[in-house]
Design a protein around this ligand. Structure first.
Ligand SMILES: [Zn+2]
Ligand SMILES: [Zn+2]
Length: 215
């Protein structure tokens, strides 16, 4: 797995976790909407009012029924999920990934063995990172990472963070100081011009050795 694969995998699992939260919010939203419709129904059927179209002017007594609706520009959770699904489907299609039930599953399944030119892999990783930022932005969720002890083998700062979502084999460690691999850098497995990321085991091994040397 190249650093591109690691970045793409980390973003995909982050989206996976974010999407589970979106599903919960969308279900709650659908339930609330169901309640609203049930409450509104008797009024709409009322023999006193007759048949009234729910979208009326300001003088329309039933116009209050529409005030609970979100303003047109506010997206519902269901719409956000739909948007994400569309983007991921587009992405899986663009990379001609094998068909599957769900575009994110297609991406996660294909990723480890995906052989593409570095440019194409960079693009895939950055598209996934964009979607991940969008999803976490909706949820007001910081990156699913935790600070770990040890210094970054690249910039020597105490800035290592381990991802906390996805299966153990997909976990990685990044430098939160946002440092990039350069030709002079002595970190293991770096790729020039790519933000530092290591498989979790590699990173912990290096940090352990460094710590042992310092002791
Ligand atoms: Zn660093
Ligand atoms: Zn490096």
């Amino acid at each position: 797995m190249t650093p591109h694969h690691l970045h793409a995998t980390a973003a995909a699992w982050s989206i996976h976790t974010g999407r589970q939260r979106l599903d919960v919010l969308a279900s709650a939203e659908a339930e609330r909407r169901g309640d609203t419709l049930t409450a509104a129904a008797p009024i709409l059927r009322s023999p006193i009012h007759g048949t009234i179209h729910p979208i009326g002017g300001h003088a329309d007594p039933v116009a209050t029924l529409t005030t609970d609706r979100p303003p047109p520009r506010t997206q519902t959770w269901a719409q956000r999920i739909q948007r994400l699904h569309g983007r991921l489907t587009w992405l899986a299609g663009m990379y001609r990934l094998p068909a599957g039930r769900d575009p994110l599953e297609r991406i996660l399944t294909a990723l480890p063995a995906l052989t593409l030119p570095p440019r194409a892999l960079t693009l895939l990783a950055s598209h996934l990172a964009d979607e991940d930022e969008l999803v976490r932005g909706w949820l007001n969720q910081p990156p699913y990472r935790t600070r770990i002890p040890g210094d970054c083998p690249g910039c020597r700062r105490r800035s290592l963070e381990a991802t906390t979502v996805g299966p153990a084999a997909a976990r990685s460690v990044v430098c939160s100081a946002d440092c990039w691999h350069t030709p002079g850098c002595r970190c293991p497995g770096g790729l020039e011009g790519v933000r530092h990321i290591w498989p979790r085991d590699t990173a912990l091994g290096v940090v352990g050795r460094e710590a042992g040397r310092a002791a």
